[in-house]
Design a protein around this ligand. Structure first.
Ligand code: PLP
Length: 387
């Protein structure tokens, strides 16, 4: 099976991990701050907090922004469930903004309309999580204007997008947001096995996220409520978690980061090959906004239902049978039974997300995808769609 996504591990990556295994530190030691500093420098952010997953990063980001019971969090329905679950972890309620029919990112006009309505009902969101779907940035400048007008905070879910850019600045620099999070799951652009990171330019958010990562405990005398009892002394000031990244993971991430540009260039090249090879087929190829440079975590096409001899479901079954590991990203989050039981989200509020979900299919795209394998994907698509 040709997988839709896959990590690429070099001998240098392996050597970096082995070196940590032979050192004195396994869990958070010297490699974690090195990795944090390296990612922060790379994307132009001031502070970074490495954690054990992007899911954890989203959680501590929401907590740092003060999200709690009685608040609302809004995000895109076409995302992984983690983009929404972080709101529920904090006791907040979650709602969704329909997507843009071209970029599949959260639609800014739909957001503006929904905000106007929410203001009347006194239900404005405290936090908005725009998701840079497939690696292409959302319209952040417009979203920032709306956040200033309505007073919500912004967490960019850039799980797909490290190495991408918006208005010629790296994603992660937080030019239009409070916090950006990255995922280092093996199918993403670069990996630490499991892992994530939250980046910010605000020192207060940075310190809060650091505390939530590790039990809400401080060893900083300046922050303690009472005098220190001795060198062993620490105080728990908040209810935090153990979301720490290990040094083993950080060493892998640091080594992988050396090849970030290479990873993204290759993904963009492969996307270009698909763009050209699929242009005669009844498929809608990924639109690219001129403001963005996508990291191409995913290459998603939509079956052009009015012209195609095969439906998305036919295509999916045929390709899987041919040994091609296509996938569908994502099932709209509001359709998940857990979300339906909580809140009867109506599909008619999400016309574009529904249309997208009916027709979308993710083709294999990853650093190690060989030309012959990609050619086989193209030929299989031609065979069924030119019939
Ligand atoms: C992968 C992903 C996450 C979660 O990442 P983990 O590191 O697996 O926790 C969150 N949001 C989006 C959009 C993702 O694709």
């Amino acid at each position: 099976m040709i997988p839709y996504g896959k990590q690429d591990i070099s001998q240098t990556d392996i050597d970096a991990v082995v070196e940590v295994l032979q050192s004195d530190w396994l869990t958070q030691g010297p490699m974690v701050p090195q990795f944090e500093q390296a990612v922060a420098n790379k994307v132009g952010a001031q502070y970074a907090v490495a954690v054990n997953s992007a899911t954890s990063a989203l959680h501590i980001a929401c907590l740092a922004l003060g999200l709690e019971s009685g608040d609302w969090l809004w995000t895109s329905p076409i995302s992984f469930v983690a983009s929404a679950n972080c709101g529920l972890y904090c006791g907040a309620q979650v709602d969704f903004v329909d997507i843009d029919s071209k970029t599949y990112n959260l639609n800014v006009e739909a957001l503006a309309t929904k905000l106007e309505q929410a203001e009347k009902e006194g239900k404005l969101p405290k936090v908005l999580i725009p998701v840079h779907f497939s690696g292409q940035a959302c319209d952040m400048a417009e979203i920032r204007l709306l956040s200033q007008k309505y007073g919500f905070s912004i967490i960019e879910d850039a799980s797909h997008a490290i190495g991408g850019a918006y208005q010629n600045k790296p994603i992660g620099c937080n030019a239009y947001s409070d916090i950006t999070i990255f995922s280092f799951h093996p199918v993403k652009i670069l990996t630490t096995g499991e892992g994530g990171m939250a980046l910010t330019n605000h020192d207060d958010l940075f310190l809060r996220m650091q505390a939530f990562r590790s039990h809400g405990i401080t060893r900083d005398i300046g922050k303690m409520h009472g005098p220190s009892h001795g060198a062993w002394y620490y105080e728990q000031l908040d209810l935090g978690f153990n979301y720490r990244m290990t040094d083993i993971q950080a060493a892998l991430g640091l080594s992988q980061l050396e090849r970030l540009e290479q990873f993204v260039v290759k993904r963009r090249q492969l996307a270009g090959v698909y763009d050209e090879a699929l242009s005669n087929l009844p498929l809608i190829r990924p639109y690219q906004s001129p403001d963005t440079c996508s990291a191409f975590h995913l290459y998603v096409v939509q079956v052009d239902a009015s012209n195609s001899p095969a439906s998305r479901n036919d295509l999916f079954a045929y390709l899987r049978q041919a040994g091609i590991g296509v996938n569908v990203h994502y099932i709209p989050i509001y359709r998940q039974p857990y979300y339906q039981q909580m809140n009867h989200y109506q599909t008619q509020h999400f016309i574009e997300a529904e249309r997208y979900y009916a027709n979308a299919i993710t083709l294999p795209l990853h650093f190690g995808l060989q030309n012959e394998a990609q050619q086989m994907v193209v030929e299989s698509l031609q065979k069924i769609l030119q019939a």
